[in-house]
Write a protein that binds this ligand. Structure first.
Ligand code: ATP
Ligand code: MG
Length: 386
């Protein structure tokens, strides 16, 4: 027993979010007084090293991870990583009632009906959400998760090449939700429905959570890269200049008066990305409508779209005034996610300026690191009981 508090005080875990544009690292520390942020940092992903959610150049990515470890002086090795992208399948499926053992044997076969890539080249997992008595004649509800095997393997390879130890690879939407719940420091209120948008470079994920439980996730192929492309053609500049303009000078506007206050290039850029923002909003509306349609009993106070709020995360959520634009269009409260200033995760030891400007990109990494901490805690709990 005497050893346990000491162990808990040095309990750390790393989350690595390897995106197509940036690699984000979050190290959390768990102890008697809760969870605190220990290290956080990010670095640009080597160009073309991540495509369609797969790390196609694991060596280049490992080198960047190595530099990040050195710059942040990270001393842990246990890493949880996350996968995302349009080829991921995460869906609830109805199946005849069977035991876990039978399900494990037949899940690959069942998965064929839902995935677009060869099942032999995929990793398939499941979780039983509801298993009625076999005699009831009802069906089981099962959450099916399937990913192309090279997507998972390439994460493991890059992490190992960086000299680290991968302990878990999970889907990024699950990590985001875990991060939000931990940041709040309490469970969601009953009947509360939240949609989380992760607006990255290649993709935007929309994930819906109700009563603290995962409901659905979808990938929309409109995010920072598409914004840069639009700016590039409208202003006749190269990709680097388009990104530079997007990240430093532009703003999303809600009226022509607001636009007129920007400098000429930013005016053109804001005009160029508007159709993409509107298309993204249409897709978000579509996902929310699908979720609302599936609900048998609409939630009190959840509004026309069936959600109480929308939280924005990911690098492209840093576009100034994007939350206001979404809120005006969707008529639901929209805000940037705050991971470290809501009380659930303390962050006193980390540069506050860095955190202020980078909080939206650290959500997935935080959720991944939390998974590692919980895993360690469960293990220790098990050892204690033995
Ligand atoms: N201040 C800013 N304003 C607007 N966009 C920004 C800003 N900072 C970063 N971005 C954009 O955010 C994107 C990177 O965000 P993020 O790190 O979440 O993406 P990623 O995880 O690498 O991408 P993906 O998950 O889609 O592969 C890039 O498109 C980048 O240009
Ligand atoms: Mg990402």
């Amino acid at each position: 027993m005497g050893l346990l508090p000491k162990l808990a005080a040095t309990n750390t875990s790393i989350g690595l979010d390897i995106g197509s544009s940036a690699i984000k690292l979050v190290q959390l520390q768990g102890g008697k007084n809760g969870v605190s942020l220990y290290k956080a940092g990010s670095a640009p992903t080597p160009s073309d090293a991540v495509k369609g959610g797969v790390i196609v150049d694991p060596l280049a990515v490992a080198k960047t991870i190595g530099s990040l470890l050195e710059a942040l002086q990270v001393d842990g090795t246990m890493v949880s990583a996350g996968i995302a992208g349009p080829t991921l399948v995460v869906r609830e499926v109805p199946l005849p009632v069977m035991s876990d053992r039978q399900l494990r044997k037949s899940i690959q076969w069942e998965a064929r009906n839902y995935i677009s890539f060869p099942v032999e080249d995929s990793v398939v997992e499941f979780q039983v959400l509801d298993r009625p008595a076999a005699s009831s004649g009802g069906q089981m509800r099962v959450m099916l998760v399937a990913a192309p095997r090279d997507m998972v393997d390439s994460q493991v390879e890059a992490i190992e090449l960086a000299g680290l130890e991968p302990v878990a690879v999970e889907i990024q939407p699950f990590a985001s939700l875990r991060g939000i719940l931990a940041a709040n420091g309490h469970a969601q209120d009953e009947g509360d429905t939240t949609a989380v948008l992760g607006i990255g470079a290649a993709y935007t994920d929309i994930t819906i959570m109700k009563d603290g439980e995962f409901i659905l996730t979808r990938t929309i192929p409109i995010a920072g890269d598409a914004f840069a492309e639009a700016i590039k053609s409208a202003l006749d500049v190269d990709t680097a200049e388009a990104n530079q303009l997007k990240e430093t000078a532009m703003q999303v506007v809600s009226s022509e008066e607001e636009r007129a206050a920007l400098d000429p290039a930013a005016q053109q850029a804001s005009r160029a990305i508007e159709p993409l923002l509107d298309e993204l909003i249409r897709e978000v509306r579509r996902s929310l409508a699908y979720h609302d349609y599936q609900q048998q009993s609409p939630d009190a106070g959840a509004g026309d779209l069936g959600v109480n709020r929308i939280l924005l995360s990911g690098g492209s959520a840093k576009l100034p005034r994007i939350a206001e634009y979404f809120q005006a269009q969707l008529g639901v409260p929209v805000e940037l996610v705050s991971v470290f200033d809501t009380g659930g995760i303390r962050a006193s030891g980390v540069n506050q300026d860095y955190l202020k400007s980078h909080a939206p990109i650290l959500l997935v990494g935080t959720g991944l690191a939390l998974r590692g901490l919980l895993r360690k805690q469960r293990r220790r709990g098990g050892e204690e009981q033995q």
